[in-house]
Design a protein around this ligand. Structure first.
Ligand code: PMP
Length: 358
């Protein structure tokens, strides 16, 4: 049976990448060693990490005055790392509360004693629309934190807030390389790799040069300046995760880059949203203009029926469509590696389910 994996992360990888990993696994580049066995100080790995950085720079057209850094600790650690590195002048940040992950970022910064002003929140609407930036007082905050795509709630910014001279820091974990933006508008991007750039264990930070080096005596493992100086190899980096990320980046380049991913993800999510909007049984709760391209939540309104649907979907190879425990219902994650045929099969299944149960 063909299986489609709609997991929110770790998530589906392109078939071509899995095949390449399999072929490379016993002996990387005819070295007689697996990537899992090579030293991070070897020429073999130097090539892997340099190529991955170059490919990412090419895909996003990252200007020379940005650094591409590789960390461990997940995007969650960056919720502490970003304020510790950047919030040095005002010791205060602004944040748009668009859902669970924005709130986690708020919480981590607060724990450090850094002031966090939530400038807008849509919590009272169950995050079915995005908060907006109405006014950002200048010279008040070290940066504004946003979550470009809210993995759990299924919202995504299609245009970015205008922050003036205040740096824009964004968590792009769930639509990185999947939705096109003017990437030069971000002063810092933080991304957990396990959705669109490979596997868990790697976190990517792309940060403007002039924002780093202001904080002193940080823990080494979150020190942007130190990682920039050491080419992300202050200690042993996640070698295998960086290797897989390199393969995924190559795959995206071959497919036509971020603009092509954006186009495909729009086509996939349109197919699903159009079906849901026409349906009598299903509802997609997010308002149209704020809908995510990569995470599509939907409900029947009946918990037992949702449960039945999730089970039947699993039986026909439509896996991991259970919604996050905080929202319930279903969620289909349509990241880059999810083919159009997967969404067609899902819509076909939902259609039949509706005919049977409505
Ligand atoms: N931000 C977003 C938008 C996420 O979806 C996630 C994880 N699902 C995180 C942050 C946390 O990432 P990690 O598990 O890598 O710490």
């Amino acid at each position: 049976m063909v299986v489609y994996n709609f997991s929110a992360g770790p998530a589906v990888l392109p078939d071509e990448v899995i095949k390449k990993v399999k072929a490379d696994l016993p002996s990387y580049d005819n070295s007689g060693m697996s990537v899992m066995e090579i030293s991070h100080r070897s020429d073999l790995f130097d090539n892997i990490i340099d190529q991955a950085q170059q490919d990412l720079r090419a895909l996003l057209q990252i200007p020379d005055n940005y650094r591409v850094l590789f960390f461990q600790g997940g995007c969650t650690l960056q919720f502490s790392a970003a304020p510790l590195n950047l919030a040095t002048e005002h010791k205060k940040i602004a944040l748009l509360d668009s859902g669970h992950w924005a709130d986690r970022a708020r919480d981590e910064a607060s724990r450090l004693g850094i002031g966090v002003d939530v400038l807008d929140s849509t919590k009272n609407l169950h995050y079915t629309k995005l908060p907006v930036l109405k006014d950002l007082p200048q010279n008040t905050y070290d940066y504004l934190h946003i979550t470009t795509n809210n993995t759990i709630e299924g919202t995504a910014y299609s245009s970015l807030p205008k922050t003036g001279k205040t740096p824009l820091v964004a968590d792009l974990s769930s639509n990185f390389l999947a939705q096109n933006y003017d990437f030069s508008k971000f002063d810092l991007m933080m991304v957990g790799a396990q959705k669109n750039v490979g596997i868990a264990g790697l976190t990517i930070v792309v940060v403007k040069d002039d924002l780093i080096g202001k904080a002193k005596n940080l823990p080494s493992m979150i020190d942007y300046e130190l990682f920039a100086k050491k080419n992300s190899m202050f200690n042993t980096p996640p070698v295998f995760a960086i290797y897989v990320a390199g393969l995924v980046l190559k795959w995206i380049k071959q497919q036509g880059g971020v603009a092509e991913m954006d186009r495909r993800n729009r086509k996939k999510s349109d197919l699903l949203y159009d079906f849901l909007d026409d349906s009598k049984l299903f509802t997609a709760p997010v308002i149209k203009k704020d809908r995510s391209l990569t995470n599509v939540p939907f409900v029947t309104g009946n918990k037992a029926l949702d449960q039945e649907l999730i089970q039947q979907a699993g039986e026909v190879g439509l896996l991991n469509i259970k919604g996050h425990r905080s929202v319930g219902g279903m969620r289909a994650s349509l990241y880059n590696a999810m083919p159009f045929s997967g969404v067609e099969k899902l819509v076909d299944f939902l259609n039949k389910f509706e005919k049977e149960y409505w």
